[in-house]
Design a protein around this ligand. Structure first.
Ligand code: ZN
Length: 214
């Protein structure tokens, strides 16, 4: 029998979640909230509570630390995510991965579609799957549509690492984890990635671990 769903109104639950202050507890893989589709945001929290929730997401993402965080990762089934990447990597890595700095952004009701057919494959990880990374071939360029936290329309093309981040976070809002799209033979602990697969691109890992690259 499935456990009962929490019927407490969303705003009330978010208020409770924020009451403690500071970074929010992260939800790890295995929790159903990470596997359900989210509810489009249509004002359920009101402007003041939304602003507080977004700030809590930002604080939590920084504390983790991570470059993106989706509402389900703190147990809230709303179609909202935040991204920010100061891109503190060596220049060679930044060039190969297209890892340019991404300022803080709030994505409300985002959806993406590929632009062109190019794909890029790199190791990535997820705050909800701590300790592990795997290679994911993703669209090299995507068009992202939605809104920001003030309701202003968002329609923008993302490339390089920011394209990877927005795909990863938007996927969370559809109940998809990066592992669903990963080359499972590339699955590596953080320690193994640091020791063996820190190269800018995963060619050596593909050869040694036996997986295909696009
Ligand atoms: Zn994630």
């Amino acid at each position: 029998m499935a456990p009962p769903r929490d019927d407490t109104p969303l705003a009330e639950r978010v208020e409770e979640l924020l009451a403690a202050g500071g970074p929010l507890p992260l939800v790890a893989a295995g929790r159903p909230v990470l596997r359900r589709a989210t509810v489009p945001y249509d004002g359920q929290l009101g402007p003041a509570l939304l602003a507080r929730f977004v700030e809590a997401l930002r604080v939590t993402m920084h504390a983790a630390p991570g470059v993106g965080l989706a509402a389900p990762q703190v147990g809230v089934e709303l179609r909202i995510a935040v991204i920010e990447d100061p891109a503190p990597v060596p220049q060679e890595v930044a060039l190969v991965r297209g890892r340019v700095p991404q300022p803080f952004r709030v994505l409300v009701n985002p959806v993406y579609e590929p632009v062109g057919t190019a794909r890029a494959a790199f190791f990535e990880g997820c705050l909800s799957v701590p300790g592990w990374q795997a290679v994911v071939a993703r669209h090299a360029e995507v068009r992202l549509r939605g809104a920001d936290e003030h309701g202003r329309a968002l329609d923008e093309v993302f490339t390089g690492w920011p394209a990877r981040i927005v795909q990863h976070e938007t996927d969370h809002l559809d109940g998809t984890l990066y592992l669903d799209r990963a080359e499972l033979r590339s699955l590596s602990t953080d320690e193994a990635v640091a020791a063996l697969w820190a190269q800018p691109a995963p060619q050596a890992a593909a050869e040694a671990l036996g997986f295909e690259l696009p």
